[in-house]
Design a protein around this ligand. Structure first.
Ligand code: C5P
Length: 392
């Protein structure tokens, strides 16, 4: 994502400035070329030498004698892909919102022709103050990207939002600045994870789906500019940034939620490993082995969510998944006809379930396109590109 990108990291006077040293290191490790701008206040927290020692190409400090050029505020961002202000204090947000240019950083922001991103860091009362919120709204309207802030305990002891995102989280959020917006403002509904069908209050039937592929698709869609709703069975995964998540347990709950939500969406991607059957005679009380012996479990069929969505009058563009143990393409194509969907992503159970990588084939009516083995994140990006091509 960052290979060959020229990034200007601007550091302002916040205690979070020490985290910018780690951020610089991570940016360089991911292949970016980084220049640094430090305000005077930032230099009270960390020194230019720290950034130089960590590999910054140039560190602009506003010391006019230091530079060959008379216009460092123009040179700094000249061929940059991004100006990232991290940490961004309330003060720099106010100056940038007003278009002030009374020091090297505010002048560089005003002169920047590249996108500008801010990772705010300030006391929670300063963040929530109307003046700051006005400045954030103004800067957002002007096209700036905001990364965070996070909430939690602050250096001053107050608790609330205003903390700078961790360096790893900033990198993650930055992907949005560099991803092509293939599904800009498109509304995408995704199911992911397993379902859980109770036998009694403590026992149930589920499957080995981890949810990783569905969550990776939700993330890739959000990064491509989509508004994403993720209907998730039980998983331990973190909700991808910007994704609206609705948790469900059983297949019936997943069906009800999808049917309620679907009319608001243009694309439906059914990744969940939905249980085909539920327990018809599930017990309200825990089954006791002492008295009843082995219980007899009676199954009844769950509704087919994907087929039901595809059969709607105003159906969205539907994509299904097929996890097979054999005859991958034939089974996937049979599913495509049975459920009336234009695209099935086929994978072998042994390649997909509970793994970080996947080997998939895009199966359509008259084509089967195999992808090479890749991370689930990469498969997700390929699928989003394929869907964008089909719907646009
Ligand atoms: O019928 P089968 O389970 O093999 O089909 C898999 C595809 O159908 C997946 O996309 C899965 O999410 C979806 N499905 C569904 N509701 C079910 C069963 C499967 O949406 N009850």
């Amino acid at each position: 994502m960052l290979t060959g990108k020229k990034i200007v990291l601007a550091v302002t006077g916040s205690i979070a400035a020490y985290k910018s040293c780690e951020l610089l290191r991570l940016l360089i490790k991911r292949g970016a070329e980084v220049r640094v701008i430090m305000t005077e206040a930032a230099q009270r927290f960390v020194t230019p030498l720290t950034f130089e020692a960590l590999g910054a190409q140039t560190v602009y400090t506003g010391d006019w004698d230091q530079h060959q050029s008379a216009i460092p505020h123009i040179d700094a961002t000249k061929d940059a892909s991004l100006l990232l202000v991290a940490p961004a204090t309330a003060n720099i947000l106010a100056k940038a919102a007003q278009g002030m240019a009374d020091d090297i950083l505010s002048a560089a922001i005003l002169a920047a022709r590249c996108p500008v991103a801010y990772a705010p860091a300030m006391n929670t009362y300063m963040w929530h103050n109307q003046a700051t919120q006005r400045n954030v709204t103004q800067l957002t309207q002007d096209g700036a990207l905001f990364l965070g802030p996070a909430s939690g305990e602050q250096a001053c002891g107050d608790i609330g939002s205003g903390r700078m995102l961790e360096p790893e989280e900033i990198l993650e959020a930055l992907k949005g600045a560099f991803s092509p917006r293939l599904l800009d403002r498109c509304r995408v509904l995704i199911t992911a994870g397993p379902t859980y069908e109770p036998i009694d209050p403590v026992r149930g039937i589920t499957n080995r789906s981890s949810g990783k592929q569905g969550y990776a698709i939700a993330k890739a869609a959000a990064l491509a500019g989509a508004e994403v709703t993720l209907v998730s069975g039980p998983t331990n995964l973190k909700t991808p940034a910007g994704v609206r998540r609705i948790d469900v347990t059983t297949a019936q709950e997943m069906y009800d939620t999808v049917m309620r939500e679907v009319s608001q969406h243009e694309i439906f991607i059914s990744v969940a490993a939905v249980a085909d059957w539920r327990v018809a005679n599930s017990s309200e009380h825990k089954l006791k082995k002492e008295f009843s012996g082995a219980p007899e479990i009676i199954f009844e069929e769950n509704p087919d969510i994907l087929a039901s969505v595809a059969a709607l009058e105003n159906a969205p563009y539907c994509v299904g998944f097929a996890a097979e143990t054999d005859n991958l393409i034939d089974n996937a194509r049979a599913k495509l006809y049975r459920k009336h969907v234009p695209l099935i992503v086929a994978n072998l159970v042994s390649d997909a379930m509970n793994q970080d990588t996947n080997t998939v084939v895009f199966v359509e009516r008259d084509a089967a396109t195999p992808l090479t083995k890749a991370t689930k994140e990469h498969v997700a990006q390929e699928l989003i590109a394929k869907i964008a091509q089909e719907v646009n």
